[in-house]
Design a protein around this ligand. Structure first.
Ligand code: GTR
Length: 319
């Protein structure tokens, strides 16, 4: 039998035991989101004298985004950095910043996501067994393909594009007269290569690091989405932390945002220059009006409740 003193000592050690949080990311080491979560881990370790740390599993080592989201909900994965797109079918509030052309610019997106609307969206994750910690940048997403330069909306007709596993993304592509195939990110390269799809859509750094530019050499800057990325924590893992540790995790996550933004701004330029130098044909200017018009029905289809309508109006009114 354990004496009371021994038991107390065991409990104290258990309490003070090191906590290693496992974090998932689809991107490779060196990618801004991966490095930002590592930086968060460093901050967290420093603030807790090494008691809490983060191990980032990059390059989809823990699985593709849709699966890792479920595992994070179950508490198998502690932290997850994902685009808001794969959350669209789970957390309806994430549909709002994922609407085509909702943000006028990256500055507009920052103003919204750093303010009360961003906080409301982070809070909405709680009902789905997740804690929204911070938003990261994802630049703007544009179409690329293996076939031809897309110079107008007519050029998209009948083409097949891979999209994120979100109904809204499927509808966005359909609204442009093209066909959408929802598919895990890790399958896109070979799908482009084998002709299962004609193209996909993403930002410069993803287009670069995924190697998609090697097989899909036409990129059109239609910039239909400025969709933020999010860092979430499993509510199960969160609930195991003391309120003090929870506050420290939140602080460290927030502190990683400016680090992420700096890394992102640099990486966007590096990736853009790299793929251009590699011979990618970029359609730099395209009339966005027909895109905006064609995608308008998405707003009516997804933004039905007063709550979401109000969010859209407040975003549009944000300077
Ligand atoms: C990237 C994003 C990833 C992933 C990917 C995709 O821009 O950072 O989280 O969602 O797009 O298209 O699947």
């Amino acid at each position: 039998m354990m004496t009371t003193v021994a038991l107390a000592a065991t409990l104290a050690t258990a309490h003070a035991a090191d906590i290693k949080l496992r974090s998932s990311d689809t991107h490779p080491d060196g990618y801004p989101t991966v490095e930002a979560v590592k930086a968060m881990g460093k901050i967290l370790s420093d603030k807790t004298n090494g008691r809490i740390s983060i191990e980032v599993f990059a390059s989809a080592q823990l699985g593709e985004e849709k699966d890792t989201i479920e595992q994070t909900q179950y508490g198998v994965i502690d932290l997850n950095r994902v685009s808001l797109g794969p959350f669209n079918n789970i957390v309806e509030e994430t549909q709002v910043p994922s609407l085509p052309y909702i943000f006028r610019s990256v500055d507009h997106m920052h103003a919204v996501m750093d303010g009360p609307i961003g906080q409301e969206i982070l809070d909405a994750f709680k009902a789905h067994d997740l804690i929204g910690l911070a938003f990261y940048d994802g630049g703007s997403r544009s179409f690329y393909n293996t076939k031809k330069p897309i110079k107008s909306i007519e050029d998209l007709k009948g083409m097949k594009f891979r999209v994120i596993q979100s109904d809204m993304f499927v509808d966005m592509v359909s609204a442009l007269g093209a066909n959408a195939t929802p598919m895990a990110y890790g399958e896109v390269y070979s799908a482009l290569q084998t002709g299962v799809i004609d193209g996909a859509e993403n930002n410069w750094p993803s287009y670069d690091s995924s190697g998609h530019y090697e097989v899909a050499k036409y990129y059109t800057l239609d910039q239909h989405l400025i969709v933020p990325e999010v860092l979430v924590m499993s509510k199960k893992s969160w609930d195991k932390l003391t309120p003090e540790d929870q506050a420290t995790v939140k602080e460290a996550a927030k502190a990683s945002v400016s680090i992420m933004r700096d890394l992102w701004t640099k990486q966007e330029k590096v990736s853009e220059a790299k793929v251009r130098a590699a011979g990618v044909q970029v359609v730099d200017t395209i009339d966005k009006e027909p895109f905006i018009k064609a995608m308008q029905p998405i707003y009516a289809k997804y933004i039905k409740s007063e709550k979401l309508k109000d969010m859209v109006s407040r975003i549009q009114a944000t300077k």
